[in-house]
Ligand binder design. Structure first.
Ligand SMILES: NC(=O)c1ccc[n+]([C@@H]2O[C@H](COP(=O)([O-])OP(=O)(O)OC[C@H]3O[C@@H](n4cnc5c(N)ncnc54)[C@H](OP(=O)(O)O)[C@@H]3O)[C@@H](O)[C@H]2O)c1
Length: 334
């Protein structure tokens, strides 16, 4: 059987906000697969800020997407043809593939959704997938956060931030979230955040953080970088940790990004900056997913997904991550 595959691919390296000229669509026919390969019909595509970094030609934790290649992303789907000994037609799978309707895989970076899983497929790209696990490992392991400490979270109403904040609350911490609208801040309060700051309506972020964190910041979970990082640095406690998870404020930058200007505070507070990379934790994914599943079942975690209907909307959904108009984990339903 032949499959007509629609793809978004990298035609040129984007400058600033990604245009359809840099990332256009194309179609091709998948006619046959080799021994050891399978074809996945993608059902949901994960739309992640990190993809913007993979479009750049610079050293990172993964090679850049090559010009002419499909846009790399996580997907969840169903096996529709298989010449691979470990996969049968009908298996539900999730893993790394791309913005395309069908993916040919050799099984690399691919996992099966257990037949008895009580969760819908899309959960494997959100709460049970890389963003849920990022929040889990960053908070419980890499940040060094301890009960009674204060956590300040940026992009707090987003996928990673909202889950991470709730895990920190469960650990007995004071949790303050920074987000870009009153609606998002209101939602964060309903899921247990102690205080929130709308950075788009706050003039003096340094003073606002000081008010919301009267005992100072022990862990700043940085998803954003830029001016918010600078304001957080001025509120660190002695031996604080800055968990560097992302820097979305600069992903579309067209010039080199200066700063952080208050870097001296790392020395002044004997603080530590800890880089976090989810792929360091691959071997522990199954165990962590069990814990997250248990918390979900017990009603201890809430999360939001924004599911955009239609494959053709991958690029517009992606660009909405950078103006904050997404509400929770951004997914495209193919
Ligand atoms: N290190 C890792 O292994 C790893 C893994 C997954 C994700 N990440 C990082 O985690 C961060 C969050 O990712 P996510 O998937 O959970 O996305 P998300 O938070 O669901 O969506 C991105 C959010 O970032 C905020 N934002 C965008 N531009 C901003 C700016 N200039 N200043 C302040 N906030 C801005 C927006 O919320 P507002 O409305 O609040 O502005 C937007 O909703 C990203 O930096 C991502 O790269 C890292």
């Amino acid at each position: 059987m032949m499959y007509k595959n629609k793809q978004f691919y990298l035609c040129e390296r984007p400058e600033g906000v990604v245009s359809s000229k840099a990332v256009p669509q194309r179609e091709h026919i998948i006619e046959a697969i080799q021994d050891g390969e399978l074809i996945i019909e993608n059902q949901y595509i994960s739309i992640d800020p990190a993809i913007r970094g993979w479009m750049r030609d610079e050293p990172s934790y993964m090679p850049p997407i090559e010009l002419g290649s499909v846009i790399r992303s996580s997907t969840v789907g169903k096996v529709v043809a298989s010449c691979h000994p470990d996969y049968q037609v009908g298996d539900r799978v999730y893993g790394l593939s791309g913005w395309e309707t069908y993916s040919v895989s050799n099984g690399f970076f691919l996992n099966k959704i257990p037949d008895d899983s009580p969760y819908p497929e899309n959960y494997y790209l959100s709460i049970m997938g890389a963003v849920g696990l990022t929040a889990y490992f960053a908070i419980t392991d890499r940040s060094g956060l301890k009960s009674g400490e204060t956590l300040l979270m940026s992009a707090a109403a987003g996928a990673v931030g909202s889950i991470g904040g709730q895990i920190a609350k469960q650990m007995g911490c004071r949790v303050v979230g920074i987000a870009g609208s009153d609606e998002k801040c209101g939602w964060l309060k309903t899921i247990g955040f102690d205080d929130t700051i709308n950075y788009k309506t706050t003039e003096d972020m340094t003073a606002a953080i000081a008010r919301a964190c009267p005992e100072g910041v022990d862990v700043y979970f940085d998803n954003v970088g830029g001016e918010i990082l600078d304001a957080a640095l001025l509120n660190l406690n002695s031996h604080a940790r800055v968990l560097f998870c992302g820097s979305i404020a600069s992903y579309n930058a067209t010039e080199p990004v200066p700063g952080p200007y208050n870097w001296w505070q790392i020395l002044a507070r004997s603080a530590e900056v800890r880089g976090f990379l989810i792929s360091d934790y691959l071997a522990q994914f199954p165990e962590a997913a069990l814990t997250i599943g248990q918390w979900l079942d017990e009603g201890k975690l809430e999360f939001r997904e924004e599911i955009v209907d239609g494959f053709d909307n991958c690029l517009s959904a992606f660009n909405r991550l950078f103006d904050g108009s997404n509400n929770g984990k951004m997914l495209v339903k193919v």
